[in-house]
Design a protein around this ligand. Structure first.
Ligand code: PLP
Length: 465
């Protein structure tokens, strides 16, 4: 028998660090899990502001569930469907589920575009959908351009098992982190010069972590760009229904119709019910491609990440209730706006700067004036103080591959009003104590030693304080 003692016992994927669970983004979650805030049982615990969950409308969903018991197969009213649903295993999914999702996707985009149920491919959340689309479009070592700062888990979702690469397109505070065609072109050119095979551009619109939407003209310019270069455009539109101001969300599905000679084979949308409906536990992700071969390939791959037929059955009923959905979308965006304004107005009063958002479940807070020096080490030092002493788990910008130290993502939609008030008080006290306006705190020395760095010394801000 051959001696295989030199052969590694496990695969390269099993033994590499591609999952990325060691980054501070996840460490903050552990700090919260060890000591979670509770208003009465643990009022000095850590408040979780590092989780992009939308829990502001659960009352509406639970009310609907009670009023529609036949939608669930585990109720006396719905149990007649139990056997059919329990044995269902076609990887195309339930026809009426795909129809309901297609309709919902159109509704979220103001019915300005329609979606074909035949192109709806299921996946395990947008996490699975993003990996699936990468498997369809990129070979190992091929690259996708991704505007930075970007969603921390893209390093895992787009790269780990596919072995594709990410080439960041750096956005900066000098223009309010707006993505431009010029920045994309430069990153593309540099990648080619480094012999990197660029297969496409992946946009998150609305952006995580910035909470801003791409405007129509920029999106048009980017659709034109990918057509000129004959590369793919993947748009992760997971936050599409979270836009909460008059400046509405514009989908690539709308814009591609306005671009002359747009090749639809290059355009793909990633969607999920995790954020817009606030149901990440259901693991409903969607790959919607205008490319027939990609639809067919992604559907075959969907065998590895199907949504359970029980979830499909329930969600089809929920999404098909148009009156409920219309009200839900309206109410959700109102509540998001209210929470966003409550927190950001409070920060403004305390003199804390942030990037003005119009969508998402978070905003991008500027704590550069509190850094001892403008480095990522100093950012992490400040972040540890915020997690350990202020007891707020916000996420440091370095986790999102931002270029400028001192920015933090603050999630605001998965807590109740009372917890939001406590969170705001904590951050106001943290900042103000250093300014000598309240009693000294253990943090005062840190703030004291850094407050000399004035905002005047920073990049001018085109956004609000
Ligand atoms: C931009 C983006 N894409 C994908 C995901 C993953 O979502 P899901 O829970 O549907 O897998 C997230 C989650 O935060 C996200 O922010």
């Amino acid at each position: 028998m051959a001696n295989n003692t030199k052969q590694p016992l496990l695969s390269r994927i099993a033994t590499n660090d591609g999952h990325g669970e060691n980054i501070p983004y996840f460490h903050g979650w552990y700090a919260y899990e060890r000591n979670p805030f509770h208003p009465t049982q643990n009022p000095n615990g850590v408040i979780q502001m590092g989780l992009a969950e939308n829990q502001l409308c659960f009352d509406l969903i639970t009310k609907w569930i009670k009023e529609n018991p036949e939608a669930s197969i585990c109720t006396p009213e719905g149990v007649n469907e139990f056997k059919e649903i329990a044995i269902f295993q076609d990887y195309h999914g339930l026809t009426y589920f795909r129809e309901a999702v297609a309709k919902f996707m159109g509704k979220v985009r103001g019915n300005r575009v329609t979606f074909d149920p035949a192109r709806i491919v299921m996946s395990g959340g947008a996490t699975g959908a993003n990996e699936t689309i990468m498997f369809c479009l990129a070979d190992p070592d091929d690259a996708f351009l991704v505007p930075s700062p970007y969603y921390a888990a893209f390093d895992r979702d787009l790269r780990w098992r596919t072995r594709a690469q990410i080439v960041p397109v750096n956005c900066s505070s000098s223009n309010g982190f707006r993505l431009t065609r010029t920045a994309v072109e430069e990153a593309y050119k540099e990648a080619l010069e480094s012999n990197i095979n660029v297969k496409g551009l992946l946009l998150t619109n609305p952006s995580n972590p910035l909470g801003i939407t791409l405007d129509r003209e920029t999106l048009k310019a980017l659709v034109t760009f990918v057509n000129e270069k004959n590369i793919h455009l993947v748009c992760d539109e997971i936050y599409s229904a979270t836009a909460f101001t008059a400046q509405r969300f514009v989908s690539v599905a709308e814009v591609m119709q306005e671009v002359e000679h747009c090749n639809p084979d290059l355009i793909h949308i990633i969607y999920s019910l995790s954020k817009d409906l606030g149901l990440p536990g259901f693991r409903v992700g969607i790959v919607y491609s205008y490319n027939d071969t990609v639809v067919s390939c992604a559907r075959k791959m969907s065998s590895f990440g199907l949504v359970s037929s029980q979830s499909q059955h329930f969600l089809a009923a929920l999404l098909s209730d148009e009156k409920f959905i219309d009200n839900f979308l309206l109410e959700s965006s109102k509540r998001l706006a209210k929470r966003y304004h409550f927190l950001t107005e409070g920060l403004k009063e305390a003199g804390v700067f942030y990037l003005e958002s119009n969508a998402g479940l978070f905003f991008w807070m500027d704590l550069r004036p509190l850094l001892k020096e403008q480095t990522f080490d100093a950012e992490l030092e400040l972040w540890r103080v915020i997690v350990d002493e202020v007891k707020l788990n916000v996420s440091p910008g370095s986790s999102f591959h931002g270029l400028e130290p001192g920015w933090f993502r603050v999630c605001f939609a998965h807590m109740d009003d009372e917890t939001a008030k406590v969170a705001l008080n904590r951050i106001q006290a943290f900042v103000q104590t250093g300014n000598g306006t309240t009693e000294a705190s253990p943090l005062a020395s840190l703030v004291e030693s850094t407050k000399k760095i004035s905002h005047a010394a920073q990049t001018p801000s085109p956004y609000s304080s």
